[in-house]
Design a protein around this ligand. Structure first.
Ligand code: HEC
Length: 188
């Protein structure tokens, strides 16, 4: 009886190992193994990516909080917190007009007509023909006459020399002189 039992067990074991060999030689099982490994890798990658994302978001949140709750670089510039309305107008409306139409001849190393617009001080000093901006008085400011093309015909010539600003831009510059021709340093 006991021998028969052992024989059966041996047979069963042989059967199992045969089935195992059969199973592991099947392509399917190899694929499923590879798949299993790949899925694991993918989920670990996803986990790592998720952790990194959370860290990045968290540090962005900290920077945001430190800069006063605003993520925009413009608003976090040093001259943003306590900026006055004329200063804001200069930064947002006037500066872009001057930068696009005047600075290449009237700032940096260029002082055409003796006029530098580098700072408010140099602007108020004027050019070869004297004072060009009288704060609060656009009607007697040469700069305003020139951009309106209502100045002297040739000397100094209308500004910019080869074109005319839009009416909207001329209006902005006129208002700017009227409001005191405020200028603040702008980070490029
Ligand atoms: C392409 C170069 C150039 C650009 C751009 C330019 N200017 Fe001029 N600007 C000159 C020159 C050159 C003179 C001298 C003209 C003259 O004496 O007839 C001058 C003279 C002036 C003067 C008179 C200075 C004085 O005392 O005689 C004013 C004011 C002026 N520009 C304002 C402006 C403004 C405002 C802009 C932009 C809207 C501008 N310019 C754009 C070249 C330029």
């Amino acid at each position: 009886m006991a021998d028969k039992g052992r024989e059966e067990t041996t047979e069963q074991l042989q059967d199992y190992s045969r089935r195992f060999v059969l199973w592991s030689s099947k392509e399917d099982s190899v694929y499923s193994f590879v798949n299993m490994v790949r899925n694991r890798l993918v989920s670990e990658l996803a986990l790592t990516f998720g952790v990194v994302l959370v860290l990045v978001l968290a540090s962005a949140g900290c920077t945001k909080a430190a800069s006063g709750g605003s993520a925009s670089p413009e608003a976090s510039s040093p001259n943003s917190q306590t900026i006055s309305q004329p200063e804001r107008d200069y930064r947002d409306k006037v500066y872009p007009i001057l930068k696009n139409n005047c600075f290449r001849c009237h700032s940096g190393m260029n002082h055409r007509g003796g006029l530098s617009m580098n700072t408010r001080e140099s602007l108020l000093k004027g050019g070869r023909d004297g004072v060009v901006v009288i704060p609060g008085k656009p009607e007697t400011s040469l700069l305003v006459d020139l951009v309106r093309h209502e100045g002297p015909k040739n000397d100094p010539m209308p500004m910019p020399p080869k074109s005319k600003l839009s009416d909207a831009d001329i209006y902005v510059l006129t208002q700017w002189v009227k409001d005191g021709a405020v200028m603040v340093p702008i980070r490029p």
